[in-house]
Design a binder for this molecule. Structure first.
Ligand SMILES: [Zn+2]
Ligand SMILES: [Zn+2]
Length: 234
């Protein structure tokens, strides 16, 4: 966190539409401002799509790696790698791939499907971790649908942690990211709802993903921030 609070930065719509450079500055944007951008850009369709969104959709329609059905033979790892790029370009202005790593942990964690943790390698800032799925998700489609939903859920956390102002009163409010122990406040919820709707849109991705918004909301209400300060977001 910067030693003194610095003013919040806004980004020109043109910069976001062209997507030629990283439009955001680390921890310099108000959380609610970022949420508005993510929500409004997730609603773009047709001619209004950004340069990166058009590329992402083109790949989605032409590459079989995005097909989650049982008879397709790409490995989970390959599929998830492809979805990281798709989501980053379609929803996050291509701003997550560079500062994040995406390790897939082959272990189970009780009640946890994913997490965002600080990363201390090179210039990387965060790692977005996916844990193994439940045994009842016993077909390729069920398993991958679970992974991809968790991936998108965690990418929203990573986006806020990278670009939202890190001061409590600016971002870690009920209307913002929520408390630090959970991170599923109003801004996160608004984005999760909008992105879930966009992926389900049959004119867009037509994917029936779940971002676990209800469980996340319950967690936000019941965690005690004092107890959980410093814990990982999940
Ligand atoms: Zn601030
Ligand atoms: Zn979460």
């Amino acid at each position: 966190m910067a030693k003194f609070h610095q003013s919040h930065i806004k980004v020109r719509t043109h910069t976001l539409v062209e997507g030629l450079e990283n439009p955001f500055t680390e921890n310099r944007h108000r959380a609610t401002y970022l949420a508005e951008k993510l929500v409004s850009f997730s609603r773009r369709r047709g001619d209004k799509l950004t340069r990166l969104q058009k590329l992402a959709i083109l790949r989605f329609h032409n590459d079989k790696v995005y097909d989650l059905r049982d008879h397709i033979e790409y490995t989970d790892h390959k599929v998830l790698r492809a979805y990281i790029d798709l989501f980053d370009e379609f929803f996050f202005f291509g701003t997550l791939s560079f500062p994040c790593t995406f390790p897939f942990k082959h272990k189970r964690k009780d009640g946890k499907f994913g997490a965002v943790k600080p990363e201390y390698r090179w210039e990387k800032r965060f790692k977005v971790i996916l844990y193994d799925r439940l045994p009842e998700e016993n077909t390729r489609y069920k398993r991958l649908r679970g992974y991809v939903g968790t991936l998108l859920h965690e990418m929203i956390h990573a986006f806020f942690r990278l670009w939202a102002c890190d001061y409590d009163e600016c971002s870690y409010t009920r209307d913002g990211i929520g408390n630090r122990g959970s991170g599923h406040g109003r801004a996160w919820q608004d984005v999760a709802f909008a992105l879930e709707k966009a992926v389900r849109d049959d004119k867009l991705l037509n994917l029936d993903l779940k971002l676990d918004r209800e469980a996340a909301f319950a967690l936000e209400l019941f965690v005690d921030d004092r107890e959980l300060v410093g814990m990982d977001f999940d």
